[in-house]
Ligand binder design. Structure first.
Ligand SMILES: Cc1cc2nc3c(=O)[nH]c(=O)nc-3n(C[C@H](O)[C@H](O)[C@H](O)COP(=O)(O)O)c2cc1C
Length: 204
């Protein structure tokens, strides 16, 4: 198979887009056109999101009619604000504690966020490693639990087989833990499965 000829290339959407708008470029910081996206020798500035605010979320909501999920929520006020803007779901997350030092653990704030915006799915990630971690989050009201780095590590060690193996370990742990808790369906989980040592109101 040879290199596609020019008429094949022109029929590809990506080339039509590049022809019309130029090479893709980051525009989430400044409106001015930055460095080309394909460059080995450029200092990028994609870490400062200080220019983004709730108005941007409202704008995205206006433009995007599909499902909109907002990730990175860690307190009730932000959850309620996002809900009022019209997001369809939230992910309570500190991005794996890889961003701000000293940030709160998502599991700690989950019950209160679920309490604040209970009628949209509230999902969670950051630091979930074992079957019991997943079950704790579900018991505290999470609709879904995401796991990041463990699958990255599994892929690094053994590729697709590694990821399948990691998923199997987790699935087996969850099944065993459910048996140990005496439940047959995840829907049976609720906050009464968590011993509320601190007496936190929203756990009840
Ligand atoms: C290498 C790496 C890059 C990431 N990049 C982003 C990102 O660009 N945006 C984002 O919202 N989260 C990002 N995350 C965070 C993940 O989406 C996710 O929230 C986190 O890995 C979940 O925590 P866990 O890895 O402890 O399971 C990144 C995580 C890793 C490990």
């Amino acid at each position: 198979m040879g290199w596609p000829n020019s008429s094949t290339l022109a029929s590809l959407d990506i080339f039509r887009t590049i022809a019309k708008h130029g090479l893709p470029h980051f525009e989430n910081n400044y409106a001015s056109r930055g460095a080309p996206i394909f460059s080995a020798s450029v200092n990028r500035d994609i870490s400062d999101r200080g220019g983004l605010d709730w108005g941007d979320l409202a704008y995205v909501r206006e433009l995007w009619t599909g499902n909109l999920t907002l990730k990175g929520i860690l307190n009730d006020d932000d959850a309620v604000r996002a809900y009022q803007v019209g997001v369809d779901a939230l992910i309570v997350s500190n991005h794996g504690a890889r961003q701000l030092d000293g940030v709160v653990s998502p599991l700690t704030v989950l019950p209160s966020i679920v309490n604040a915006v209970g009628d949209i799915p509230v999902m969670i990630d950051s630091g979930f490693r074992r079957g019991t971690d997943v079950l704790k989050a579900l018991a505290l009201g999470a609709s879904f639990v995401f796991i990041g780095r463990p699958f990255g590590y599994a892929a690094a060690v053994a590729g697709e087989e590694g990821v399948k193996h990691a998923a199997t370990l987790l699935r087996n742990e969850i099944a065993r833990d459910m048996a140990l808790l005496g439940i047959t369906d995840l829907k049976q989980l609720n906050s009464s499965f968590i011993y509320n040592q601190l007496g936190i109101e929203q756990y009840r």
